[in-house]
Design a binder for this molecule. Structure first.
Ligand code: WQD
Length: 340
């Protein structure tokens, strides 16, 4: 019996595949390599001693996906495969709706036809928009996200809730806050493809001299130091939450539909400048920066109430911001050694 991991060579996917293998699951990866590279598969094998079965194709190719389900006895899916650049989604909306939703529906068609349950969806705290109160709970009212990327996440959640109710399926919606960090082995991390959209990869490349200086998007927010606050969660902690969520679904013998929802964060907020300082201190490096105008669509503050995941999944983020940022620097040094 196997677990299908779509986008399994991506940043969060690859770290989750390692934790699945460490928990003795058989893993089938489908990844179109649009946001990853084949060497990640080799590094997963180096870390775990096992090489997952890997199919390099786009999930919109229904006929190829059908062959995978014919060839393997799949008992669950963790669906990471999606485009995720907030800014890009604004200028390529139909590409984002097509890719993120068609691929999801293709998998659900197979689940429906073959009566498979246990579906874990990679969602995001972006579905809350700017929440009125902190910390953010799972029953905090959702707001229409500003970005097309965020809308595809919210629509994905709606599709899955109807799938669970319509066919008595078990699903888990995992709302990530801000994933950061790299694997302790420094063999896995966030692969920089083009100019990084997210803060931590940009900080990493600035410290390494790949970028001249970091633009801090706004210091006039109503926060302690004027810069925006987020909940930065270490990637391996996040990966472990996926295994715990999968185990919960698979251990639930109920014949009824199950719709789990979990906020996955540390419960602590850090400002942009606090993160920059933490990176410099953790790695004894300098990160030159300049204060710029706010970025369109950014919210002021978001951090999780992760009590529900702690209670129902027996899971808690264990890694400090500084420790996570140390793994980022080790990953950057590994990438530089590969390019030499
Ligand atoms: C964090 C903070 C920026 C870059 C988004 C998605 C979320 C998740 C993570 C996709 C903000 C500031 C950033 C820079 C900066 N999914 N910043 N200079 O926007 O909180 O979340 O990415 O991966 O669903 O919504 O993350 O890392 O882009 O920004 O000042 O060069 O850092 O303004 O305050 P965000 P981020």
């Amino acid at each position: 019996m196997a677990i299908l991991v779509t986008g399994g060579l991506g940043y969060i996917g690859s770290h989750t595949v390692v934790e699945l293998i460490n928990n003795n699951y058989e893993v089938i990866i489908v990844d179109d390599l649009s946001h990853s590279e084949k060497f990640i598969l080799h590094n997963i094998e180096e870390i775990t001693g096992k090489r997952p079965i890997f199919y390099p194709f786009d999930l919109k190719r229904k006929e190829l996906l059908n062959q995978v389900f014919d060839a393997h006895s799949i008992e669950g899916c963790i669906n990471f495969a999606a485009f995720k650049a907030v800014g890009e989604s604004q200028v390529k909306p139909i590409d984002y709706y097509e890719n993120n939703l068609f691929s999801l529906i293709n998998i659900l068609q197979e689940f429906k036809e073959r009566n498979i349950s246990n579906f874990i969806f990679s969602s995001s705290c972006t579905v809350y928009g700017q929440a009125d109160e902190m910390p953010i709970n799972e029953d905090t009212p959702l707001k229409m996200p500003e970005s097309v990327y965020g809308k595809t996440k919210q629509m994905g959640e709606e599709i899955l809730a109807d799938f669970a109710k319509g066919y008595n399926k078990k699903i888990s919606l995992l709302r990530y806050f801000n994933p950061i960090g790299a694997h302790d082995s420094a063999l896995l991390g966030e692969l920089p493809i083009g100019i990084p959209n997210n803060l931590v990869p940009y900080v990493m490349q600035t410290a390494a001299g790949v970028r001249e200086k970091l633009s801090v998007w706004g210091d006039d927010y109503p926060t302690s130091d004027g810069t925006a606050v987020r909940d930065y969660i270490h990637i391996t902690d996040l990966a472990k939450a996926h295994v715990a969520a999968l185990k919960k679904l698979m251990n639930n013998q109920s014949a009824d539909s199950v719709i789990d929802i979990f906020n996955l964060g540390t419960g602590r907020g850090s400002s942009v400048l606090e993160l920059v300082k933490a990176f410099e201190t953790a790695n004894n490096v300098e990160v030159p920066y300049q204060i710029c105008e706010r970025r369109e669509g950014d919210i002021t503050i978001a951090y999780a109430n992760a009590d529900k995941a702690e209670k129902e999944l027996s899971w808690k983020a264990e890694t400090s911001l500084e420790q996570s940022l140390k793994t980022v620097w080790e990953w950057q040094k590994y990438l530089q050694s590969r390019s030499n």
